[in-house]
Design a protein around this ligand. Structure first.
Ligand SMILES: Cc1cc2nc3c(=O)[nH]c(=O)nc-3n(C[C@H](O)[C@H](O)[C@H](O)COP(=O)(O)OP(=O)(O)OC[C@H]3O[C@@H](n4cnc5c(N)ncnc54)[C@H](O)[C@@H]3O)c2cc1C
Length: 405
């Protein structure tokens, strides 16, 4: 008889885990997926394209209902899991009876941070995480409101772009002295700023939000240096926090995320976690690729294999049309590393490759990202680059002409 395996969360990690399980352990588990969003799992990464009007919301579903049905998966969406009884191996679901499990997988993702500021609870303050947020932001865009986006990372930039594209007057404010500081060095960030400004987005750096202004609704934002920006809405895109409450309340060890080992196992027997809610070797990833790698390992482990997860090399792509940005690996020129740089501001191109111990360890590309995947492969595979080093900057076809032919 199939063992009951329950997955909490109906997001990207959950969908990929079911996919992987179907490949390696078909029939071994009776799978139930409990998700609180009121729709089938969708590609969250594409929400930026939906906001920018480049993709329709119904086109981002990861799998159609029939796909889940064909794999015998019981899907409960619009349902919040409220409690785990570790000892009895039961999961409680709001307004429903408990559901028993032999194995439980937590894929609860993250919640956007709402800065703890005066006025942060006013009507007109939004976040950018799920399709309900996007529906709200699209309404704002249609009304041509003035919007302040707080946060100059990937999400803030993509939110600002989507809104500006729809004709909204957008000011992007960022605490740090450069955009995407966790992925870009100063010259790359400076170039990005000029490209983003050309999209009609006003960018303010070193801007620390003191409070959101307004009585009942947002009327603007005040910075700690006293400057004020009038606005009808504020979008917080200033980071995420892993959803750990369910695990924490059940006594499962948590840190910033739910702590897991190399088998994605939490501190409780037969309870696993993966994706953005998990913390592996001290790292909570905020990207989808690590979640997919973890899903592959966990599926093999649950199938009885000896798979182990050793961590991921992450890469970031900004999805702003006409502004190509890629970053992977260690992009900071730390001691013992060498950097190769091509900086052509006039043509909107910046490339930086970081080399350490004869291997490529990091890359930052703005403008021309055509070879991004090749650089990522070199970084991930830790390939020695001595034979291609002097041509590597100019891309794969020049560095390896025989392979490209
Ligand atoms: C706008 C946007 C753009 C992005 N762009 C990129 C990108 O370009 N590249 C990239 O790598 N990553 C990107 N990301 C991040 C990427 O989407 C996430 O890393 C990925 O979705 C993580 O998958 P997950 O399954 O861990 O979490 P999620 O996809 O968030 O799924 C978690 C699900 O669990 C549900 N849940 C939580 N608690 C409960 C509960 N108690 N009961 C039931 N259900 C619950 C949540 O509602 C959610 O549906 C982007 C994210 C956003 C918001």
């Amino acid at each position: 008889m199939s063992e009951p395996l329950v997955i909490v969360g109906n997001g990207m990690a959950a969908a990929r885990l079911v996919d992987e399980l179907a490949k390696v352990a078909l029939g071994r588990y009776a799978i139930a997926v409990i998700g609180d969003e009121p729709r089938l799992a969708y590609n969250r990464v594409l929400l930026s394209s939906v906001l920018a009007g480049e993709t329709a919301s119904h086109d981002i579903e990861l799998r159609p209902a029939a796909w889940w049905r064909d794999r015998g998966v019981t899907l409960k969406y619009g349902c919040v899991a409220t409690e785990i009884d570790v000892g009895r191996r039961e999961l409680k679901i709001a307004n429903e009876e408990s559901i028993g499990f032999s194995r439980l997988v937590l894929t609860t993702g993250s919640t956007p941070l709402r800065l703890n500021l005066p006025g942060a609870g006013l009507a007109g303050v939004h976040t950018f995480r799920d399709s309900r947020d996007v529906d709200l932001l699209l309404t704002l865009a249609a009304q041509k409101k003035r919007v302040v986006v707080v946060g100059g990372g990937l999400l803030g930039l993509e939110a600002a772009y989507g809104l500006a594209k729809a004709g909204t007057l957008v000011t992007l404010i960022h605490l740090m002295d450069r955009l995407m500081e966790r992925q870009l060095d100063a010259p790359a960030a400076e170039l990005l700023k000029s490209l983003v400004e050309r999209k009609g987005i006003r960018v303010m750096l070193g801007a620390n939000t003191a409070r959101v202004l307004g009585e009942t609704r947002v009327e603007g934002i005040e910075l700690t240096d006293g400057r004020r920006i009038d606005a009808d809405a504020v979008i917080f895109a200033a980071g995420i926090r892993p959803n750990i409450a369910l695990a924490q309340d059940a006594g499962i060890p948590v840190n910033r995320g739910i702590v897991v080992d190399d088998h994605l196992q939490t501190g409780a027997p037969d309870i696993f976690a993966l994706g953005e809610c998990a913390e592996h070797r001290g790292i909570c990833y905020g990207l989808v690729e690590p979640a997919y790698e973890q899903a592959r390992v966990l599926a093999r482990f649950l199938a009885g294999g000896a798979a182990a997860y050793g961590g991921s090399v992450v890469a970031t792509n900004l999805k702003v049309s006409g502004v190509s940005v890629f970053s992977a690996g260690d992009f900071i020129d730390a001691d013992g590393t060498e950097t190769i740089v091509l900086d052509d501001v006039r043509h909107g191109t910046y490339k930086k490759l970081v080399v350490s111990d004869g291997r490529l360890t990091g890359a930052v590309l703005v403008g021309d990202v055509g070879d991004a995947l090749w650089y990522l492969e070199l970084i991930r595979n830790r390939e020695p680059i001595a034979r291609i080093r002097n041509r590597m900057m100019f891309g794969r076809s020049l560095a390896l002409p025989s392979e490209a032919a």
